[in-house]
Design a protein around this ligand. Structure first.
Ligand code: PLP
Length: 375
């Protein structure tokens, strides 16, 4: 099987799995228990947290809260905003559904939500952001890297603009597709909160993080774990596997590997009749959004699946409303949105795999066009 859908999830590597098993089997103790072996686990988690904050260059007084998934981290950010003085929230139109869909609920509670447009390269439109940002905005949430196109947003610049207009506003960034893929320096970015997820970076599902510089209102209340910021017995195995996956990531070396795959796909497919690459070279090289005019992206995905190749539908999938809005906001035609697919790499993918993907994709596209009488 050729797996080119790494933006949706990734494989857990053997050594990470060993760490997971060690903390499930040998060192399975509850960190809140009163005996030494449990206290040792608590210290191990504290040390892991310090390492992750160092990896991200977090601020001195910042906290890292472990959650079950990035959806929980993102929801926590938004729900934390309720009952605050400022009633206005800005998000980009391309945010993941864990932000975008919750906004509808937040709106019903009397908040004003404004969405920032995208430019045709898929990044946030800075002029639109400047126009909509005012001193009544209490929360800005803008993703670091688009899960649809790989476009990288200029977070540092956006934070500067937001804080110059309302120094009290909270800036949250969903870094799920950036974490361990591009260098993330939270101090330099200046964000107040940052979300990431384990299963996108070769750690197990069920563990994610929320970095925060500000005090948050707890979403889960119970036994006072994680300094009462998120109650519930810590997912020790998940935390330790997440820590292992993060500290063992070689961002530069991985970038080099996936760039070769990215370049191959882009050069092989661009310029072909009916094919449009929606991702540009300044984007994350882990994701390529491709439009195949005149066909349905979901059909292409199914046909490639039959050939043993797993890729994602881009925005054509009706369950991904936010995805539709991303390509739409970039000014991509409805035919190209319907025919969009998303390919996403990891450092273990090979050039042979992407060659086979390109060959099969061209074959499938030709076949579909003939079937539909378009050639
Ligand atoms: N944010 C972004 C940008 C994502 O790509 C995803 C998952 O695709 C999420 C949030 C949600 O992640 P999780 O599956 O950990 O809830």
């Amino acid at each position: 099987m050729i797996f080119l859908d790494n933006a949706s999830t990734t494989q857990v590597y053997d050594d990470t799995l060993e760490v997971y098993c060690k903390y499930s089997k040998e060192l399975f103790f509850n960190p809140s228990a009163p005996y030494k072996c449990a206290n040792d686990i608590k210290s191990t988690i504290d040390k892991a947290t310090k390492d992750i904050l160092k990896f991200l260059n977090g601020e001195a007084n910042s906290k890292l809260i472990y959650t079950s998934c990035a959806t929980e981290s993102n929801n926590t950010v938004l729900l934390n905003q309720l009952n605050k003085r400022y009633k206005k929230i800005l998000i980009s139109i391309g945010e993941h559904s864990s932000i975008y869909n919750l906004m509808q609920e937040v709106k019903n509670k009397g908040y004003e939500i404004q969405t920032i447009n995208l430019t045709k390269d898929g990044t946030v439109d800075i002029e639109d952001f400047k126009n909509k940002m005012d001193n009544e905005v209490g929360l800005v949430s803008i993703m670091h890297v688009s899960n649809e196109t790989g476009a990288i947003n200029p977070i540092k610049e956006l934070v500067k603009i937001a804080k110059s207009i309302n120094p009290n506003c909270i800036f949250h960034c969903d870094g799920v597709q950036a974490m361990c893929k591009i260098k993330v320096d939270l101090k330099d970015l200046g964000v107040d909160m940052y979300t990431f997820s384990g299963h996108k970076i070769h750690a197990p599902k069920g563990i994610a993080g929320l970095y925060t510089k500000i005090d948050i209102h707890p979403y889960l209340i119970g036994g006072g774990q994680q300094s009462s910021l998120r109650a519930g017995t810590e997912n020790v195995s998940g935390i330790m596997a997440l820590h292992y996956a993060i500290v063992n990531t070689d961002i530069d070396s991985n970038f080099k590997k996936v760039s070769e795959l990215f370049d191959y796909v882009c050069t092989t497919l661009s310029g072909r009749e009916g094919i449009k690459i929606n991702t540009n070279n300044n984007s994350s090289h882990y994701i390529v959004s491709i439009s195949l005019s005149g066909v349905n992206g979901a059909t292409v995905v199914n046909m490639l699946d039959e050939c043993g190749i797993c890729i994602g539908t881009g925005s054509a999938c009706s369950t991904k409303k936010a995805g539709n809005t991303t390509l739409n906001a970039m000014g991509i035609s409805s035919s190209n949105i319907l025919g969009s697919i998303r390919v996403s790499f990891c450092e273990k993918n090979t050039i042979e795999e992407v060659k086979e993907f390109c060959d099969k994709l061209l074959e499938v596209y030709d076949k579909l066009k003939k079937m539909l009488g378009k050639k």
